[in-house]
Design a protein around this ligand. Structure first.
Ligand SMILES: Cc1cc2nc3c(=O)[nH]c(=O)nc-3n(C[C@H](O)[C@H](O)[C@H](O)COP(=O)(O)OP(=O)(O)OC[C@H]3O[C@@H](n4cnc5c(N)ncnc54)[C@H](O)[C@@H]3O)c2cc1C
Length: 470
């Protein structure tokens, strides 16, 4: 056992329910142990907690039919995209059905003139960009894993590009979701903006499968940049790196990516990817535009870096060089795991106002200095979001407890700075206690009232975001 999972009452699937799903789905309804185990885990430290069965939906009509059965028989249901979430989102704490939508991976309508596209939820971000490759447009949100667009909506995901292009919140124009009783909700529109009533699309984005199953999504697209350049620059201090990013943003330089990687993380990257980067706090930067503008942006940022103790500013305009740099950053986790062979990583995810970022990163590094755990730090510094990758032996209770202690210190400091316990990974099971600390009782009461209105029998991914009321 690695992390404690709150126990909840479970009951066997009613025979009439299983019979109805077999009739509807045939072999796409499975109770095989391996299939259930695969669907009852994610990338968190929790031991798997399998659902009682898994249903693979191939259309929105099937989702409606499945949810009607779940509603009639009061069976909990957990939507499943690609299983890359990090906070225990997919564990079947109440048992029930995992509803896998990964086979619903089609583009439904592409509107290049409107720069928008409507997709099914199971398409992954990489498959979507492959589809768009020849169109001159792209979808910029890039969590480290090849997540599904439905899962990314449900966790309100972002990634390295968010400083310029925003998160899922800014890039979903509209969506369709099937509610717990099988009703189909259409929210948002194809228009770029709307003042029409409550913003239900935004409510579903970040709802972690607790309000409905997202079955169609309309996304904003962006022009592929004509030219891209990348740069790395090391700094004498974390403050110098962060101050450079603050000044870059204040000057209106439209930096596309600004990632901070601490000295320990750089040494791991050097060893694993055979790089020769200076082992000091470092910024990885990327600029999008035309040839002249990316050169101008990089030049301006270099001047700002020089004024903040930056050194060794290196540019990479060729695709091969750029890919080498960014591939090291994107695959950093593999390099970090080599720092402690056999370990797993538990990642913090706080996000704070930029003006407080340096103090929060340094505070975390102070906490780590007196800890037995090894923990490289990296983050989407342009957004104020950083991750401490706590490396631990999941079977060592003392190490797990130490990582939870450090996580709490880091979250408390972020909340005191006006930030949030999670910039992009979501609440799932792991951050339930922090949600109340962050938002206070009134906000939690309002969230619970919304949940109660849409899912009165607590069937949709129960026990996530807040604990189920017994
Ligand atoms: C190496 C690595 C790096 C990562 N880097 C980032 C990062 O930089 N930024 C970031 O934001 N995240 C990151 N993540 C986390 C993860 O990729 C995201 O949380 C992602 O959005 C999850 O998508 P998924 O398809 O895997 O969803 P799943 O894990 O399958 O599901 C996640 C949640 O969404 C719900 N859900 C899934 N599909 C639907 C649907 N159609 N309707 C309703 N609810 C649904 C599930 O019930 C669950 O609660 C990383 C993960 C890994 C392993």
């Amino acid at each position: 056992m690695t992390l404690h999972v709150p126990l909840a009452p479970r009951r066997e699937l009613p025979a009439a329910f299983s019979a109805a799903l077999i009739e509807l789905l045939g072999e796409r309804f499975s109770t095989a142990a391996a299939v259930r185990e695969h669907h009852g885990r994610d990338e968190s430290l929790y031991d798997p907690m399998p659902p009682d069965a898994v249903a693979f939906a191939s259309s929105q009509d099937e989702i409606v039919a499945i949810l009607r059965q779940c509603h009639e028989h009061r069976v909990p249901v957990i939507p499943y995209g690609s299983g890359s979430s990090l906070e225990g989102h997919l564990l079947a704490v109440h048992g029930g059905l995992s509803l896998d939508v990964s086979q619903m991976d089609q583009v439904l309508e592409f509107r290049p003139e409107d720069m928008s596209i409507t997709v099914q939820p199971g398409i992954t971000r990489k498959a979507l960009n492959e589809y768009l490759r020849a169109s001159g447009l792209f979808f910029p949100i890039d969590p480290g894993a090849d997540a599904s667009i439905g899962g990314m909506c449900a966790t309100r995901a972002s990634g390295t590009n968010a400083v310029r292009y925003g998160t899922m919140r800014e890039n979903v124009l509209g969506l369709t979701a099937v509610l717990a009783d099988g009703r189909v909700l259409k929210a948002g529109s194809l228009a770029k903006k709307s003042s029409a009533g409550y913003d239900l699309a935004r409510l579903m984005v970040g709802s972690e499968g607790t309000l409905g199953v997202i079955s169609e999504i309309t996304l904003k697209l962006h022009p592929q940049p004509e030219a891209i350049s990348a740069a790395v620059c090391s700094f004498a201090s974390v403050q110098g790196a962060v101050q450079t990013v603050i000044e870059t943003i204040q000057m209106g330089i439209p930096v596309a990516r600004a990632e901070l990687v601490d000295a320990l993380a750089i040494s791991a990257l050097n060893r694993y990817f055979k790089l020769e980067l200076n082992e000091a706090p470092t910024l990885f930067l990327e600029f999008h535009g035309n040839e002249a503008s990316v050169a101008e942006q990089a030049q301006s940022v270099q001047e700002l870096a020089d004024g903040n103790g930056g050194s060794g500013f290196q540019w990479a305009t060729q695709q091969e060089e750029r890919n080498k740099l960014w591939s090291a950053r994107h695959n950093a986790l593999f390099a970090f795991l080599q720092l402690k062979p056999g370990c797993r990583s538990s990642s913090t995810d706080v996000c704070v106002p930029l003006s407080r970022l340096a103090e929060c990163v340094l505070g975390a590094q102070d906490d780590l200095a007196s800890s037995s755990l090894i923990a490289p730090v990296f983050g989407h510094v342009g957004d104020g979001n950083f991750h401490v990758c706590l490396l631990l032996d999941p079977n060592d209770a003392a190490e797990v407890a130490e990582s939870e202690r450090l996580n709490r210190l880091i979250v408390e400091r972020a909340l005191a700075a006006g930030g949030t316990c999670t910039g992009e990974h979501g609440i799932g099971l792991h951050k339930i206690d922090y949600l109340l600390e962050e938002h206070g009782e009134v906000a939690i009461d309002v969230m619970r009232a919304i949940k109660q209105a849409l899912d009165p029998h607590n069937l949709m991914n129960p026990g996530k975001i807040f604990r189920s009321v017994a």
